[in-house]
Every structure is written in structure tokens, then in C-alpha cells.
Design a protein around this ligand. Sequence first.
Ligand SMILES: [Ca+2]
Length: 483
Amino acid sequence: MTIGDISGTSLTHSSLDTVTAIFDIPTNEVEDLKNAVVTFTTPQGQISFTMVNGFTVGDPVIGGGLTNGAPSPGYNLFGTIISTNTYLMDNDGNIVKTWSSKYSPGNSVYLLENSTLMRTAKTGSTNFNSGGAGGRVEQYDWDGNLIWAFDYDTTEHRLHHDIEVMTNGNILMIAWELKTKAEALAVGRSASLLTDGKLWPDHVIEVAPTGSYGGTIVWEWHIWDHLVETNVNLHPELIDINYVMSGPAGRGADWNHINAIDYNEELDQILLSARNQSEIWIIDHNTTTAEAAGSAGDLLYRWGNPQVYLGGGFAQQQQLFGQHDVRWIPDGRPGAGNLTVFNNGRDRFDGAYSSVDEIRLPKHGRGGYGAKDATMPAKAEIVWSFSGSGDKRFYSSHISGAERLPNGNTLICAGIQGRIFEVTPHGKIVWDYFNPITEDMSADIPPWVTSSNPMVARQIEPFGLLRASRVGRNHPGLKKLSK
Ligand SMILES: [Ca+2]
């Protein structure tokens, strides 16, 4: 009996229908994920059972054997919505590292390979006060010292939700910008869709950090440069100034509510989650700022809700519902090049529930996607989805995220519940965690929240998490962690 080059020490026929093989893993075995292949020779021939990434040498034994496999080794990085702390937690629930800030997150956090924490921050500003508001990006060293910060928070614009740190050290950021009622009317916005008397379309800035504070904006892309008012169905590469999601909020200032940004260096493309369009968008980054304001900055691809550009007759083809955290699956992970997204699921046709969907785009690569003609939509395919089933369904109407892990499992953050769990490709849960961290609630607690009014308290989501990510055990950013 062998697993790879490891020999078994005993083999028992432990019951009528079970064969038990016991293996000793040598103490000098490389600590890493292992594939398990067990082969039995029978009178009728050989039978092999394979479990890719079936177990992990070096991790504490969680139990459960190979039935569902082991969780992907590493540490869980998250900041809670109301806490000013960012946590790194092992898979046994031990907090191994805490970074403290003056601000709660606004909203995503990242551990970089140089062992620094890049986190968004929600300032106390009253500019653009809407869900996901930030205004600031901060960088902390491993020891918790603030080593850089950038503010973009005025009456004209404000950061929100997410950033993406590029390999060259620049940082892509999402921000609202103010357009007056007159400016909105001038580009064809219907007066009935301006209930706030102004509009906050999104834009993307790329910031090159300078010194210990501030940075230079070296590239920009604005939704406002890619609008269409008439013959919308002939222009899937543009954004209909008068498409709004249903309900009163759709007519408010926060028109797009982009809540995620990712960057694909190989393609030099940017991926955006336009939550209020229930669409994901891909745009080209291989442009100058001037080019990005023209047709070169039009959408390369969009998917999720064709009624946005084809009209209400296509409403039934909607597949994304207020989604969050879309990202490319990185090279080296199962599904590389596909997208994963947390599909929050409010207003689904078959009831409200959340799912995590893996999406295969119609084409990969530059100039791909079949973009810029009327047949652009509908070629993407959901190749994997997890929504639980029956009473095992989970639902988080907003926030939340998902991440494909190196072992092929998917880490899911159901944000409202503060739940982080890991599922196998077959939908088996191998790791499950509920955030109990509420100790900083007093820091942000509004005066109208009282213990006798827990329903009100619930609305500020004391356990809420925007996202969580699993930092692999061999991630360079962990080199200062004493293990
Ligand atoms: Ca990001």
C-alpha cells in the first residue's frame, strides 16, 4: 500500500464493507498539500481512488479524514464592518495578528507580499454618505505602524468599497464623483430619476504612492465618459444614463455603487462589479487617461443583467442580483482565468438566496469577449455554483465575498452573518466560522442603538464582514509570523 512514495504500515478489513489503511507520514515530509491515490488490486483488476489535495501535511489534524478533504492551509484575513481592527486568524480560530487603525474599514483589506497591510478606511466625513463609504487608504507595516496614507474625500469625490494593489505598487481605487442636476440633465438623465437632485457616478483612479503620505493620480477612467441616452440597444459598450435598479434607491444619487475592483496584469484589464446595474464590467487599462475617456475606454465586456442595455424584454435573463466581490481566479488555482462572484440574490425570480458563482468568459485574452457589437452578451457561462440547498441555504442581501483557493475549494464570506466557510467543488463544507468579534462596537455605535432595541442594533450588523480571504501558509507576506 502506498500514497505516492509513502508506504502504509497496516491494512485491515475493519468491517464487512470497509477497508482501513493506515499510513505513517515521515517527519521529514514536505509540509504541503498532498494528493492521495489509493490502489487496490482485486481479482477483476486494479481500482484506484484519487483525491486531489486530499490532505495537508503539517496542519493540525482536523479530523474527518478524506471524506470532505482538509481546509486549504493558511490564515484568514478580515476586518469587521464596525471594528477598527484587522485580524489574521488561523484555521483553528486563533487570532495570530491584529492591526489597529483609527478608522473602521471602507471596506476591503489586503496583506501584501512585503508583509504590509493595505487597508481602506472609512473617515468620519459626511461627503457622499452612502453604503461602503471610505475616503482613505492606509498602509501599515507588520508591527502595526502607519507607514503611508492617501485621502480622497472632498465634496467633489470620495473613495469607497475596494482597491486593487498592482504589481508595480500603484493602487487602483473606486470613487464617487459629484455631478450636479444640471450636468445630469445635460447628458440626458431623466428628471424623474434625480430624486437626490444630483448624481454620484463612479470613477476609477490609479494612484502612485509618494513618501509616507499622498500620491499622484497617474490614470483615470470615468463612467461619465461612456454614457448613452438613445438607441441604447445598439451600444452594449456604453452605459445607459437612464437605467436604474428598481425601487426608490435606484433613483438616488448612488447610481452605480461599484463595490469591487480587480486587475489582470497579463491582460492589462480591470474588472468591476456594478452592484446597482447587477452587472460585471471589464475595461481596458492599456490606455492613457485621455484614451480612456474615449472609445478605447468603452466597456470591453459586460455580463449579468442584459436588460440594462437590451431593455425590459430581457429581464428574465438576469443572472446577477446585487453581486459583490467579483475577481479573476489567479493562475495556479483550479478555474484559473474564470471569475468568481458572490451573487447576493435579493430579488431573484425564485426567492431570495445567495450563491457563489464561477463564470467562464466567452473568450480570454486581449481583444476578446466578442465585445462592441450587438451580440456581445450572453456568452459567459456559469460553470460552478454553490448556494447550499433547502434549509442549508445561506443569504446575505449585501456585502459578502468569495475566493477560489489553491486546493480547488472556495472560501465564502456571508457578510451579514459574519460567517466564513470553505466548500469543496462538490459543495461539502470543510471549514465553518462565525465571527464573534464585536468588542469595538462602542467605537462606532450610534446613539439610537440601545440594548433594548436589538432589531435596530442588528441593522448596523455587529458581526458583519465585507469579505474574508485565506492567506496561503507560504505567502511571502507571512514571513514575519512566528509559526
Ligand atoms: Ca480588489
